[in-house]
Design a protein around this ligand. Structure first.
Ligand code: ATP
Ligand code: MG
Length: 411
């Protein structure tokens, strides 16, 4: 779990503001859920036989009432719970988004942390492939806005429940013929949830997984139609993709579309965004059946990618640093700083005393463009002295309003 220090905060702020602006441009509204939920919600929504529920959740007992609670490992379950609890789907579908920390007890490594952040987007109540397409098209636009090239779109479909039942038989038959090659995890999954075997990260199993029967070959007409329609919309939008028949996603609740955006620039943790359709989830956690789809981006991975491309966030510069000395000056400076801020300027008021010389050093180090100097002379006259910290000019006496005007126009 990482601290995000001020030297990194500008990149985070830039990213968050870009994302908010982007989501607004597609008409998505924000929702904020608590970071703790009843454990049962995640078990029901994500599925018992998943990495997350089997070994990654931070679960604890509430000492007050013995209830089992869990730090959220992802946002979809909480979002859908909130939407149902507050009846938001009563007469309108919803386009929603959230951003915040998620918690998974994983082995920490580059791009994999125990507290990490996701931007999640959920469209609830939309059945058509146009919504799957919207999600993919909008993420493509975000990569463009962020100046991130070379993120590959991988696409697959998980079909319907019936498709998967049919496929399951063929897959189990195949895996049973290779029992000796399976590890302990996949052997267990073979019995409980064989599709999850395809999700295994064990390098020794990759060849076996590669040669396994493909769900794509077991799809019925409805699934194929949805998948074809989505692909046609992506082609119309000029979005390139690669069909990856092995893409199954770590969570249980998906049907039809699944997708991942993957980069080769971040080593093993290359998936920066993942999502798909989950028409069964709302009913599974107690709501009236309604279709839905969504995706989540890994913020740390996207920021690492921005840094990989040497991206510099816009600097939020300090406009003025106010130095002041003397009883009358201290008082006047405090009011002057507020007056400058009234004009929309970013102003640091020196704190902690010291000589003019040492205060000027702090002004320089702050990165401010101007020093605004107040001695008792200035205070008595109700004025300040303005000095550029970027150019070798002297200092000029003027009113606070005049200083605000000058600093503002020079911005
Ligand atoms: P992986 O296969 O890498 O474990 P996942 O399938 O568990 O990924 P999702 O649950 O789909 O991941 O989460 C969506 C996105 O959140 C991921 O694509 C990734 O960018 C990010 N993410 C997931 N887990 C972590 C983590 N532990 N640390 C940082 N980012 C993460
Ligand atoms: Mg994972």
């Amino acid at each position: 779990m990482n601290d995000i220090l001020p030297e990194h905060a500008e990149l985070w702020t830039f990213f968050e503001e870009t994302v908010q602006d982007w989501l607004r441009s597609y008409g998505y509204r924000s929702i904020r859920m608590p970071i703790v939920e009843q454990t049962a919600l995640f078990k029901r929504a994500i599925g018992e036989v998943t990495d997350i529920v089997e070994k990654e959740m931070y679960t604890f007992v509430d000492a007050l009432n013995g209830e089992s609670l869990t730090l959220r490992p992802e946002g979809t379950a909480s979002c859908v719970r909130a939407v149902l609890q507050h009846n938001l789907l009563y007469n309108a579908p919803q386009r929603l988004w959230y951003m915040g920390p998620m918690f998974r007890h994983e082995r920490p490594q580059k791009g994999r942390y125990r507290q990490f952040h996701q931007v999640g987007v959920e469209s609830l109540g939309y059945a058509g492939p146009d919504m799957d397409a919207e999600h993919i098209i909008m993420t493509a636009r975000l990569w463009r806005r962020l100046g991130l090239p070379d993120i590959e779109l991988q696409l697959n479909t998980l079909g319907t429940g019936e498709d998967r039942t049919r496929h399951r038989k063929r897959l189990v038959h195949y895996l049973e013929q290779h029992l000796d090659q399976l590890d302990e995890d996949t052997r267990r999954r073979l019995a409980t949830n064989p599709l999850r075997v395809l999700d295994s990260k064990n390098p020794a199993l990759q060849d076996l997984i590669e040669a396994a029967p493909r769900l794509l070959d077991d799809l019925d007409e409805v699934s194929l139609k949805h998948f074809e329609a989505l692909q046609a919309m992506l082609r119309d939008a000029g979005i390139e993709y690669r069909i990856n028949p092995r893409l199954v996603r770590g969570l249980d609740y998906y049907n039809f579309t699944v997708f991942e955006w993957v980069t080769t620039r971040l080593g093993a943790q290359g998936t920066v965004c993942a999502g798909g359709r989950y028409d069964g989830l709302i009913e599974q956690i107690g709501g009236k059946p309604a279709p839905a789809c969504g995706f989540a981006m890994g913020v740390e991975r996207l920021l690492a990618l921005l840094e990989e491309y040497a991206f510099q966030p816009p600097q939020i510069a300090v406009d003025a640093y106010l130095v002041h000395q003397g009883e009358a000056a201290d008082k006047f400076a405090m009011a002057a700083a507020e007056q400058l801020r009234d004009q929309g300027l970013h102003v640091i008021l020196h704190s902690g005393g010291g000589s003019f010389k040492s205060q000027m050093k702090k002004a320089d180090a702050s990165g401010a463009r101007y020093a605004v100097i107040v001695g008792d002379d200035e205070a008595t006259a109700g004025e300040v002295s303005l000095k550029s910290l970027r150019e070798l000019e002297g200092q000029v006496r003027m009113t606070v309003d005049a200083a605000a005007g000058l600093i503002g126009t020079a911005r």
